[in-house]
Design a protein around this ligand. Structure first.
Ligand SMILES: Nc1ncnc2c1ncn2[C@@H]1O[C@H](COP(=O)(O)OP(=O)(O)OP(=O)(O)O)[C@@H](O)[C@H]1O
Ligand SMILES: CC(=O)N[C@H]1[C@@H]2OC[C@@H](O2)[C@@H](O)[C@@H]1O[C@H](C)C(=O)O
Length: 371
């Protein structure tokens, strides 16, 4: 199979910025991972994105604020591509996830913003995007999609294992001794903690878990948060960033420290309660939440098996999601599955994603000829 050099781009539910990574892959194997970077969104843009999330269910495509925010985040993604191309000029393809502003798989709706036409025009590269729509249209959860990548990169690691990505929302991939996969969103990741920290400290997150460490978990309020059928529902299942936003009301009267401790415990306890086919021998943690010692210590205590950063086995836990959307972009070109019953809950395996290619001349043979 032809190996392509791809830039993967992810703007996650933390709303913190764009993660971008170069990967050389054929959509089944990864030959090398190149440089990666993160470009933060400036605080005003973050707050405009938050406002959009609050009214996303009633937004229309022609909403002027939506269009304006979409252009700003697209511009930031283009900057990320330009910076990576200064290091690796020869790029074949871009995998552009965009920013999720709404995720309602029960209504067959999921919505990622990001202007793929502009991305293709300004970079002169083919762009794969809209990774989730075909899946929800087919009755799937539309997320998580990263298990394909976890399975590819951890093929040789001893099983059973689990990978936990702590982004705005947290999601896990379980890979059994027989290599079967089970995957789902576990519950909140950092998003609630970020919102709480911002409200009380003006900082974008509970930096190094300092607030949570200084507080006490309020177990009564924690149980109230966990009193939700989501946590006993079997996988596959997925979440919108805002699903558990009422937790912030539940802890409204807590001190900033106790509120943060209780939210960190919420993230951890949701992972502990996730129904799994077997107990993993080890959990590998990726995503920004692994930088928060309150979350990592909580997980180590709750899961009773080794809990390690995925960096400990040579992967960059901050770049993994961006690499994943580079990997998935090649799967889209090759029409390999993005959906599967055990991952997103579709009735069968199927491909997805869309290709946008503006003004490319000549069109490379591998693009439509099959890679
Ligand atoms: N030093 C740190 N201390 C505490 N939290 C941290 C630290 N560094 C990063 N984080 C957390 O990680 C978050 C960013 O994580 P990440 O980049 O994985 O999110 P994301 O890309 O939005 O993920 P997803 O797409 O999975 O939702 C920040 O919003 C913050 O909460
Ligand atoms: C709808 C959506 O954007 N979901 C994201 C989000 O962020 C984490 C979690 O919720 C996960 O389900 C997914 O992202 C990862 C990259 C995925 O699809 O695997």
């Amino acid at each position: 199979m032809t190996m392509l050099t791809v830039i993967g781009l992810m703007s996650g539910t933390s709303l913190d910025g764009v993660d971008a990574a170069v990967i050389r892959t054929d959509g089944e194997r990864t030959e090398t991972c190149g440089p990666s970077l993160s470009l933060p969104y400036e605080p005003h843009l973050r707050s405009r994105m938050r406002d959009l999330l609050d009214r996303s269910a009633s937004l229309t495509q022609d909403d002027p604020e939506l269009i304006s925010v979409e252009q700003l985040i697209t511009f930031r993604h283009i900057e990320a591509v330009q910076q990576l191309r200064l290091i690796i000029p020869d790029i074949d393809l871009i995998g552009f996830h965009g920013q999720t502003i709404l995720h309602m798989p029960d209504c067959h709706r999921t919505w990622q913003i990001g202007d793929a036409v502009r991305m293709s025009r300004e970079t002169g590269l083919p762009v794969v995007h809209d990774f989730r729509s075909a899946d929800v249209a087919a009755g799937g959860e539309g997320a998580p999609l990263v298990p394909w990548y976890h399975a590819a990169i951890l093929g040789k690691a001893p099983k059973p294992l689990a990978v936990l990505n702590i982004g705005g929302v947290a999601n896990m991939t379980f890979i059994g001794a027989d290599h079967t996969i089970c995957a789902c969103d576990t519950g909140p990741g950092n998003a609630l903690l970020d919102d709480w920290a911002f409200r009380h400290t003006g900082r974008a997150c509970d930096f190094d878990g300092q607030l949570a460490r200084a507080g006490k978990v309020n177990h009564t309020l924690l149980e109230q948060m966990l009193d939700n059928p989501y946590f006993s529902r079997p996988a596959p299942k997925s979440l919108d960033r805002q699903t558990f936003i009422s937790a912030l009301d539940i802890i409204a009267d807590c001190t900033p420290e106790d509120g943060a401790a209780t939210l960190a415990a919420f993230t951890v306890e949701a992972v502990r309660r996730t129904p799994l086919p077997a107990k993993p021998a080890i959990w590998y943690i990726c995503g920004g939440g692994r930088h928060n010692p309150s979350l990592m210590n909580g997980l180590r205590h709750a899961l009773e098996v080794p809990v390690e950063s995925i960096d400990s086995i040579g992967w960059d836990g901050d770049a993994l999601e961006a690499q994943c959307f580079g990997f998935l972009a090649v799967r889209v070109l090759r029409k390999l599955p993005l959906s599967a019953p055990m991952i997103t809950g579709t009735p069968d395996m199927r491909s997805g994603g869309r290709l946008t290619c503006i003004g490319l001349s000549p069109i490379p043979e591998w693009l439509f000829g099959g890679v």
